[in-house]
Design a protein around this ligand. Sequence first.
Ligand SMILES: Cc1cc2nc3c(=O)[nH]c(=O)nc-3n(C[C@H](O)[C@H](O)[C@H](O)COP(=O)(O)OP(=O)(O)OC[C@H]3O[C@@H](n4cnc5c(N)ncnc54)[C@H](O)[C@@H]3O)c2cc1C
Length: 471
Amino acid sequence: MRAKTPEGREIDLKQDTFDALKLRLRGPVFLPGDVGYEESRTVWNAMIDRKPAAVARCLGSADVIACVQFARDNDILLCIKAGGHNIAGLATADGALMLDLSLMRGVWADPQRQVAHAQGGCLLGDVDRETQVHGLAAVLGFVSLTGIAGLTLGGGFGYLTRRWGWTSDTVVGMSVVTGNGRLVRASSDENGDLFWGLRGGGGNFGVVTGIDYVLYPVGPEVVGGVVAWPASQAPKVLELYRALCEKAPPELTLVALMRPAPPAPWLPKDMHGQPIVALLACYSGRPEEGEKVVAPIKSLGSPIGDVLVRRPYAQMQSLLDATQPKGRRYYWKSEYLSRIEPALCEKVIKHAARIRSPHSAVILFQIEGALNRLEDAHSAVGNRDARYVLNVAGSWDKVEEDRANIDWAREAWDDMKSFSTGGTYINFLTADEGPERTEAAFGKGLRRLAEVKTKWDPQNVFRTNRNIKPI
Ligand SMILES: Cc1cc2nc3c(=O)[nH]c(=O)nc-3n(C[C@H](O)[C@H](O)[C@H](O)COP(=O)(O)OP(=O)(O)OC[C@H]3O[C@@H](n4cnc5c(N)ncnc54)[C@H](O)[C@@H]3O)c2cc1C
């Protein structure tokens, strides 16, 4: 069977070799042709089409250890898949042994300590479901089907970020299988350098089998949802966005987006496919207060749809899921911004008008708040001067539409990148972005990250990521 070494050399392995792996694991091992192989090897972004030599669906840390040892003994490249949502397809690699963690989705929430322990294969929705039982929440992202591991290891932002920081900032411990097959604990008391690096270093140091998150009182009800207007109203709407963001209390997170209207039941049928501008808001404090805070959004002009209402927090967390299905083709360009300037708003409007697909969007996320106040030394997520994220999000259905949609995203980005802080988000980088973009994403911490890499993964066993080379 064809496989690849970590350096990319092709090798032949006998069927017996994989039979031996099967005997060592509690979870199943899939080879090409087996039922289950296709589901594991495919990721969210259909632009990525890679074929691992084998997939091991691990059932716990012991399986992960066995896989890491197996890969080292047989000189096979390793890749790790949690939620499979990385746009660059970093979860999968040709000829690799894939550690698919999708069966490791246990969550244990402790309301007394206000901490949740989540296994490394959890999706965001798994954690929200268990923590909301206690009226608590971890700081996670906007789409409930995303994996916690990739999100947390690269930073992570969502509706609670303005209050408590990057997702990584709110982690208090991790369980990690290192490149020599040892299970270690990383926290502020144990292996502090590894703990710092894991929170932002993007999976460079080991396989994270469990994450402990601090939980905060949130919900069960929040004020959240979307208000949409025809794109012709964009100058007024984006001006309101700019003004509201400047004085928004930390409980409020605002996202502005422009795109063709999706075929959503809350939007009039004759608007489906027509260009719109929308504001997505979530107020995670007391709903009575939230209703007052979002009132200016609801009373602006004549919206074509308004679903900004009291709703369960868990529902808010999955509101965008249907807009981001697995299996479409995706290409993003992204930058951190320090402010929303009127000149940028003009460009957002200009490039939204040139969108080439019914699914694409130009999005502005507000993240400013707690993450700006923490020290660089707190965790390895760089770019603590980032206050907004610009995402030019191309999304379409057919291979033959690749060129037009990628060109649109690149042109829009090219025209707007001058507004950037110079930094970018590691978790939004596409496959074609080079080392200079990785550096822009890791920011000031890169040298220290390389030292942590040298200590914890000197052989660079974990390289199917935004790779940090050992020194
Ligand atoms: C629809 C969508 C919505 C998103 N929304 C947000 C958002 O709101 N906020 C935000 O911050 N980001 C968001 N992202 C970006 C997201 O954080 C990244 O795509 C992230 O990589 C996804 O994590 P995953 O576990 O699904 O990744 P995967 O594709 O499974 O893995 C990504 C990388 O992490 C490594 N990795 C995965 N699991 C482990 C592990 N257990 N141990 C070590 N390394 C591991 C892999 O090797 C790979 O390099 C979104 C992405 C998508 C596609």
